[in-house]
Design a protein. Structure first.
Length: 237
């Protein structure tokens, strides 16, 4: 049984449009995805999946598709044409010998063309895989560069935040020290004011007590004078 063409792998005709090729690939790859649980037990699924992917990579590229169509057209040509007897010179033995030569020659030519087509297809697939690998490597390198840039930016942001936090802590500590000194000064002033007020209060109390004693002494002396004048004798003294 001859091998399927790339169009047959994608279940398409040879005149399928690029959109039809992409739609066929998007329709077939989930069915043969080797990572799906239902395909895990079938070892042929990965081979079919790779064949479908290679067919898509070839047919979705206009230049590769044109080259493949040319090779496919060459492969589909008949190996030999019908030999017409136009002269009676050809006898049956000659015809048999000629037929054997044509059959073997045509078979060799067909096998040679088939092998050339296979090699050309393999080269196309290898080039597509190499290009895909190159693009993947370039994408990974770009992603690594972006990750490194993002990491550097994150480190710079963390360092800036740390510096801002240190500055804020120093400012907060300085403000706390200033506030503590201001509170201490206010406390000292309040204590001195309270001490002065207490001293003044004691002084006023002492003055009031002294005045009260003096007033009492004067009142007692006046009482004694009145008693002497009235009774001739001071009973309170």
């Amino acid at each position: 049984m001859p091998a399927k063409t790339l169009y047959e792998l994608l279940e398409l005709s040879s005149n399928a449009s690029p959109d039809a090729i992409r739609a066929a690939y998007e329709r077939l790859w989930p069915r043969f995805d080797p990572d799906c649980p239902e395909n895990a037990a079938n070892p042929d699924v990965r081979i079919q999946f790779e064949a479908i992917k290679d067919a898509f990579l070839t047919l979705s590229n206009p230049a590769k598709r044109a080259q493949y169509d040319k090779a496919l057209a060459a492969r589909s040509q008949p190996a030999f044409r019908h030999v017409e007897i136009i002269e009676p010179f050809w006898t049956l033995p000659k015809l048999i010998v000629l037929a054997v030569i044509v059959v073997f020659g045509g078979g060799y030519y067909y096998k040679h063309k088939q092998e050339a087509t296979r090699l050309a297809t393999e080269r196309v697939i290898a080039v597509a895989k190499a290009k895909e690998a190159e693009e993947m490597a370039r994408s990974e390198a770009e992603q690594a560069r972006l990750d490194m840039t993002r990491n550097q930016q994150e480190l710079a942001a963390e360092e800036r935040q740390r510096r801002e936090r240190d500055v804020s802590l120093r400012q907060f500590s300085a403000e706390q020290r200033n506030q503590a000194r201001a509170d201490q000064v206010a406390t000292d002033q309040q204590r001195r004011a309270e001490s002065a007020a207490a001293t003044q209060l004691r002084r006023e109390e002492a003055q009031a007590a002294n005045a009260a004693r003096q007033q009492l002494a004067r009142e007692k002396a006046e009482l004694c004078r009145i008693e002497r004048e009235r009774y001739g004798r001071a009973y309170s003294c």
